[in-house]
Design a protein around this ligand. Structure first.
Ligand SMILES: *Cc1c(COP(=O)(O)O)cnc(C)c1O
Length: 388
């Protein structure tokens, strides 16, 4: 059996008539950029995410960059970020010649550890970027408290977590000052190319981001700020407008798949419970733990990825690949060990929990269209490898 990591053809097959009609409508309208489909998506996303404002942006990376430009981040300002995330979280800070200040992660959720943030604050600190990794919320209450105490801006990197709820039910992107999302095709809500979104409840930040999105000109050709081209295409929004109403049912399927994995892994004796943080035997795996599941909020975790941790990760990766099971390492190298960030002066051992995750984690297929047979096959193959 072949089980890909993601199968967007299966998703497309289910919504083909709707998507095709939207694409043709787009072609006939000859609106290309920032037109009615963009307006519609922004209104729907603001409502879906419980935010006053949302703006369609060229990509998730650009959403983060725009957010930092909107808070007027200056060279040498410092931004606290997790050392364990997708590259963009750090890249945008460095591109503005500011300093990424790295923080270790919580071993259970993989998200930034709020208990380690305050020690990193200096007079130059301007912002914190918590990342809601894999689709589960970072612990926002203590982060917002620290930010308030030190007068810092919080920019949520929700690229993997559109629609996720924090433990109190609030939607991510509505808690910090600005929320950033990605419509990259492999995210839970993916377009037919690059796209992104920013959210905010702040009138002034909204106005500034809207102007910065079109080179900082308002009125046109009158520039109070230096912006860039952060615009999103109509065709992306047309597809996303079709997909958004399906998102909750896809999320539910991802959650059911995660529950089935967890159940089967425990039944097979490969894991004892969710969220262990140390290996008690060589042939065991650590399961992801949806820490806010018991809150009763439906979107406690949206499982953009289902990440297991295994001591012989590289061996398992090769074995799964040989058996036609899609898998990926998100992410093999934390920022502090990346060549381009050596100037920050870190060394191996500085952030042990991030390094542990980088060395042991492996994503297995979790997409909504997976069948019970496929999940059972993946678990059987993992068992075969670990028991050999
Ligand atoms: C995907 C992703 C981004 C960047 O989004 P793009 O749309 O690919 O530019 C940023 N942060 C995280 C955590 C991501 O997963």
């Amino acid at each position: 059996m072949k089980v890909p990591l993601l199968d967007l053809k299966a998703q497309y097959a289910k919504i083909k008539p709707e998507v095709d009609a939207a694409l043709i409508k787009c072609a006939e309208s000859q609106y290309f950029i920032l037109g009615p489909e963009v307006d519609k998506l922004e209104a729907s996303c603001a409502e879906y995410l419980d935010c006053k404002y949302s703006l369609g942006i060229s990509s998730g990376t650009d959403a983060l960059l725009l957010a930092l430009m909107a808070i007027e981040l200056k060279p040498d300002d410092e931004v606290i970020i997790p050392t364990y995330s997708f590259f963009a979280t750090a890249g945008v800070v460095a591109r503005l010649n500011a300093k990424p200040v790295l923080c270790d992660n919580d071993p259970v959720t993989f998200n930034i550890d709020p208990a380690k943030i305050e020690a990193l604050i200096t007079p130059k600190t301007r912002a914190i970027i918590p990342v809601h990794l894999y689709g589960q919320s970072a612990d926002m209450d203590p982060i917002m408290e620290i930010a308030k105490k030190h007068n810092l801006i919080v920019i949520e990197d929700g690229a993997q977590a559109i629609g996720t709820q924090y433990k109190d039910g609030r939607k991510l992107g509505s808690i910090g000052h600005i929320g950033c999302f990605s419509f990259f095709p492999s995210k839970n809500l993916g377009g037919f190319g690059d796209g992104g979104l920013v959210t905010t409840n702040d009138d002034a930040l909204y106005e500034r981001m809207k102007i910065l999105r079109v080179h900082g000109g308002k009125p046109k050709y009158h520039h109070k700020f230096i912006g860039a081209n952060f615009r999103i295409d109509e065709i992306q929004c047309a597809v996303l407008n079709v997909k958004l109403p399906h998102l909750d049912s896809w999320t539910k399927r991802r959650q059911e798949n995660a529950e089935l994995y967890t159940k089967l892994f425990i039944e097979k004796g490969l894991a004892e419970k969710e969220g262990n943080i140390t290996f008690d035997a060589k042939n065991k795996i650590l399961l992801p733990e949806p820490v806010y599941k018991n809150t009763g909020h439906p979107h406690y975790h949206i499982y953009n990825q289902y990440i297991i941790r295994v001591e012989n990760r590289d061996g398992l990766k090769d074995f799964l690949t040989k058996n036609d099971i899609g898998n990926e390492i998100y992410y093999p190298i934390p920022f502090h060990l990346q060549e381009c960030f050596q100037y920050l002066g870190h060394k191996k051992g500085d952030f042990p929990l991030a390094e542990f995750c980088a060395d042991t984690s492996l994503a297995v297929p979790i997409y909504p269209e997976l069948t019970t047979e496929m999940i059972t096959y993946v678990v059987d193959k993992i068992a075969e490898f670990l028991n050999q």
